[in-house]
Design a protein around this ligand. Sequence first.
Ligand code: ADP
Ligand code: NI
Length: 196
Amino acid sequence: MSYDKRIDSFVKQEMTQSDAGAHAYDHVRRVLSIAMRMGRALGADLRILGAAALLHDVGRAKEKECGISHSILSGEMSIDILGEVGYSQDEIESVRSVIRTHRFSEGITPTSLEGEILSDADKLDALGAIGIVRAIAQATSSGVGVEGFLKHADEKLLKLHQMMYTDEGKKLAKARHSVLEDFVTELREEISNVES
Ligand code: ADP
Ligand code: NI
């Protein structure tokens, strides 16, 4: 059984209210798609995984206001909608746990296959061509520019392929990692040849 489509409507409504949120909703749809593909291949519970993938970043706007991690806030914001569409208490707790452990920057180890898959899918969207676009957009909007992008790539993105949990995730990350690595090498070379 898969997730309830009303969860998607809720997430879309919550996230498309701000510009940043609109980009975040695109990210959510990509993560959902990767997660469901991996979930089908690995025999995961798609009802839990689909709900968690859709809801994992829904608390991002609130995080900016109050400073609490969106991996906690998204879980809290999931309770009512999941109850409304018929998820049991146990299922709601499972979805919250999957969301709580998704964030690679927090380093909390997932305790279920669904948690491993969501974490891997989220990391995959930070890699490859789309990962480059997202990181440059983030570096530009926060004012740190190309140097900020390169720093983030070195400190975080180029390490993600070693942090994958599932074999499927490792395979997908390998290809995306090499796209990122080639781009970073080329970018460094181009900007180092500027005459003073
Ligand atoms: P998480 O939800 O795992 O904490 P982040 O909020 O750190 O993820 O990252 C969300 C997106 O923004 C990712 O694509 C990431 O690469 C990018 N990003 C985060 N911090 C930076 C930064 N300092 N410079 C460039 N990109 C960043
Ligand atoms: Ni995410």
